[in-house]
Design a protein around this ligand. Structure first.
Ligand SMILES: NC(=O)c1ccc[n+]([C@@H]2O[C@H](COP(=O)([O-])OP(=O)(O)OC[C@H]3O[C@@H](n4cnc5c(N)ncnc54)[C@H](OP(=O)(O)O)[C@@H]3O)[C@@H](O)[C@H]2O)c1
Length: 224
């Protein structure tokens, strides 16, 4: 499968590397142009392009830039495509009124900007530094599961299959509007959990279930 990545930072590099290891073709992109990431792409064994080229190249698009930079994502090439939204909302980088008011989930916010795309929330609930070390083959007993959410079943199936290929089980948390269940400061956010534990915790998460900022680092320090 061809994976177009918008962004070339930490998430883009880790997911890009896991994807090429799994046999996918990857194109990275950034705001400064392909020449600025040529060496990096060679190390990951992928190609570099402009943001528009990456959006056109990918059958699946991984949007690995900050949510506040959403306007850099080109709309036309993404119509009908599966778009993976790993973006978390950090208000200090710029406030988004609909998110502050709780009217939209982060995934709904991106999906609304990309009419006709098949947006799936995924890969937001894992720290970038855990992405490569926690990846395991499907047969592993202690495989980590990641939550996903989306309105398009086919796109969710594509993403679930992709996550399986790069080392993770998935738990479907429901539609894009249910994506809040694993956004920042929710109990499962960035917690290394197996499939059953993740399913149970997602079901038990209510709108009032919040954990303190950074609890995921404390959990990591305690449990390794
Ligand atoms: N870090 C984590 O642990 C983690 C975990 C889960 C999800 N996420 C989410 O993943 C996303 C990326 O995070 P990250 O940690 O990978 O950030 P990062 O390392 O800072 O990378 C951001 C990338 O975006 C590119 N970029 C910025 N503005 C752009 C634009 N207008 N057009 C194209 N590219 C642009 C930057 O390259 P240039 O500046 O060269 O353009 C850079 O390559 C965020 O939404 C974050 O919430 C992060």
């Amino acid at each position: 499968m061809r994976i177009g990545i918008i962004g070339a930072g930490r998430m883009a590099q880790s997911v890009g590397w896991l994807a090429t290891q799994a046999g996918h073709e990857v194109m990275l992109s950034n705001s400064r142009g392909p020449a600025s990431i040529r060496d990096l792409s060679q190390r990951i064994r992928c190609t570099a392009g402009t943001v528009y080229e990456a959006a056109e190249f990918g059958e699946v698009i991984f949007v690995a830039i900050y949510l506040q930079d959403y306007h850099a994502v080109p709309k036309a090439p993404l119509v009908e495509k599966t778009v993976i939204n790993p973006q978390n909302y950090f208000p200090h980088l710029g406030r988004i009124a609909e998110l502050d008011r709780g009217e939209l989930t982060t995934a709904e916010f991106l999906a609304r900007y990309l009419p006709g795309s098949r947006t799936v929330k995924a890969l937001n609930s894992i720290l970038v530094e855990d992405l490569i070390p926690d990846a395991r083959p499907a047969s592993a007993a202690n495989r980590r599961a990641l939550p996903i959410a989306g309105d398009d079943m086919e796109a969710k199936s594509t993403v679930s299959c992709f996550l399986d290929q790069i080392g993770y089980d998935t738990v479907d948390a429901g539609t894009l509007s249910e994506g809040w269940r694993f956004e920042r400061c929710r109990p499962v956010y960035c917690r290394p959990l197996g499939k059953r534990e993740l399913q149970e915790m997602l079901l038990a998460t209510t709108p009032d279930s919040m954990v303190p900022e950074g609890h995921w680092y404390a959990y990591r320090a305690l449990h390794g």
